[in-house]
Design a protein around this ligand. Structure first.
Ligand SMILES: Nc1nc2c(c(=O)[nH]1)N[C@H]1C(S)=C(S)[C@@H](COP(=O)(O)O)O[C@H]1N2
Ligand SMILES: [Mo]
Length: 218
């Protein structure tokens, strides 16, 4: 990964920006560079990013709740949640702090599967996904209900690690990863957009990585 080399074309490569060098390395490995959004670099690591502390989770007391503009509010226990059918998701993820991780593998409950059990009021336009410590993220319904999105309990065949959102996190790969709420406890259906935690702190209301919608005003 590090290019301090002076062999072959390495001098030329070293003169490129870090991002360009990262792209050149990907192309050399046969990875389509168009998978990587502008301004992002690819890492093999799995960085951990969140505000505040990792919560203490008690699965016996854990509930996943759906509130707001639904005919009937729902609440599922951990046993009920994990009895639901699961879906796999193979995807690239893009963090607003500029790292991209390719080819991650997740498994969990499809957002669509949950959605189909709800009697959603036609006035609903957005969801606010919430988590331990009052963390939230706002998402338009048509983005939230995309077919690939899951509430994941498994990463690379193993239960989620605590710092990556155990026991359950959203994985919604088409927007920046801050929308993929860790330690999720459910969502509220709203008839208007309302900023979540990072959105109140300067992040873009929508967050499309391919349009570089990182912060306010971008
Ligand atoms: N509950 C919660 N979820 C969160 C965050 C957070 O602060 N709290 N940060 C987000 C951000 S900014 C990113 S990039 C991803 C990071 O996920 P990871 O730590 O598993 O890489 O989690 C997102 N989900
Ligand atoms: Mo992030």
């Amino acid at each position: 990964m590090r290019c301090h080399g002076h062999r072959g074309g390495a001098g030329k490569i070293a003169a490129m920006s870090f991002i360009k060098r990262n792209r050149a390395e990907l192309e050399a490995r046969g990875v389509d560079p168009s998978r990587v959004p502008p301004g992002q670099y690819v890492t093999e690591r799995f960085p951990v990013l969140h505000a505040g502390t990792v919560p203490t989770v008690d699965l016996a007391a854990w509930r996943f709740g759906i509130k707001g503009l639904v005919g009937q509010e729902k609440e599922w226990t951990w046993d009920e949640m994990t009895a639901m059918p699961t879906t796999k998701l193979h995807t690239d993820i893009h963090c607003v702090t500029k790292w991209t991780k390719l080819d991650t593998n997740w498994e969990g409950i499809s957002v669509r599967y949950l959605w189909d059990q709800l009697d959603v009021d036609p006035s609903a336009t957005h969801v606010l996904v919430h988590a331990y410590h009052g963390f939230t993220a706002n998402i338009p319904i048509e983005d939230f209900t995309r077919e690939e999105n899951i509430f994941a309990h498994t990463y690379e065949g193993e239960p989620l690690e605590l710092q990556h959102g155990y026991p359950l996190r959203l994985v919604m790969p088409h927007l920046y990863f801050w929308k993929s709420v860790k330690w999720t406890l459910g969502f509220n259906l709203l008839d208007a957009d309302e900023p979540g935690f990072w959105e109140r702190n300067g992040y873009h209301m929508y967050g499309d990585p391919f349009k570089e919608q990182r912060y306010w005003g971008s």
